[in-house]
Design a protein around this ligand. Structure first.
Ligand code: SAM
Length: 202
């Protein structure tokens, strides 16, 4: 993953477009979380916490983990300012080594716009499944495959069948993947659609 890029943009990450997109993503995620008895959340690649702060009311404990030191710093500043004692922001990268990234498992793990920057989405999903509690839910929000996008370090979105079959291979059940938003200029200045995927760890 291109950590230096996110370190560079961290200070100005929360612009109007990203805040709006995070609100749209949070609406989709909130629908999945409604009326569920979940306690803990790992927002993996949570960045500055744009999504977390819109879904935090569902949880007693939240870890926002990110590989970029600067994104974590910005996020931590917000947590302190808002006195959110049930949220922590820590630095980590499940792909960087075989070391443990956190010393607990979670009811819900969310990856919002992270897989596309991961460099190896299959490996990342496999490693993160180890941090899901039994009956825990993994939620992925990312772009649908988009032939108009090209960047050497970024996936140009994902085919929903590939995401489904990866979650199935990892032993998840109740898998669901669907497009929930179409927007203009939202993926490297191209029109694109977002999918939300979920699966339960049995
Ligand atoms: C596009 S931002 C999305 C931030 C946030 N999830 C959101 O939706 O607003 C992608 C984030 O993923 C982080 N990231 C990318 N690859 C990662 C990895 N392998 N491990 C941890 N964080 C990663 C980046 O540092 C960045 O903060």
């Amino acid at each position: 993953m291109n950590q230096s890029k996110f370190n560079q943009i961290a200070q100005n990450y929360d612009n109007d477009e990203r805040i709006k997109l995070a609100e749209i993503i949070s609406l989709g995620v909130n629908t999945l979380l409604e009326n569920q008895p979940y306690q803990s959340l790992l927002d993996y690649g949570g960045g500055t916490g744009l999504v977390t702060f819109n879904i935090e009311h569902h949880f007693n404990h939240i870890t926002i983990l990110d590989a970029s030191t600067k994104m974590v710093e910005i996020c931590d500043t917000k947590i302190q300012k808002l006195s959110k004692k049930h949220i922590e922001a820590i630095k980590g990268d499940a792909l960087a080594s075989n070391q443990t990234i956190v010393d607990q498992s979670y009811d819900v793990i969310i990856l919002s716009l992270v897989l596309l920057h991961s460099g190896n989405y299959k490996e990342l999903l496999q490693r993160l499944t180890a941090y899901l509690k039994k009956d825990g839910l993994i939620i992925i929000v990312d772009f649908d495959k988009n032939k108009n996008v090209y960047h050497p370090k970024v996936y140009n979105g994902f085919a929903q069948d590939d995401i489904s079959s990866e979650l199935f291979k990892l032993g998840l059940s109740n898998i669901n993947v669907q497009t929930f938003y179409h927007g203009q200029n939202i993926f490297m200045n191209k029109d694109a659609s977002l999918f939300i995927a979920s699966g339960q760890f049995k």
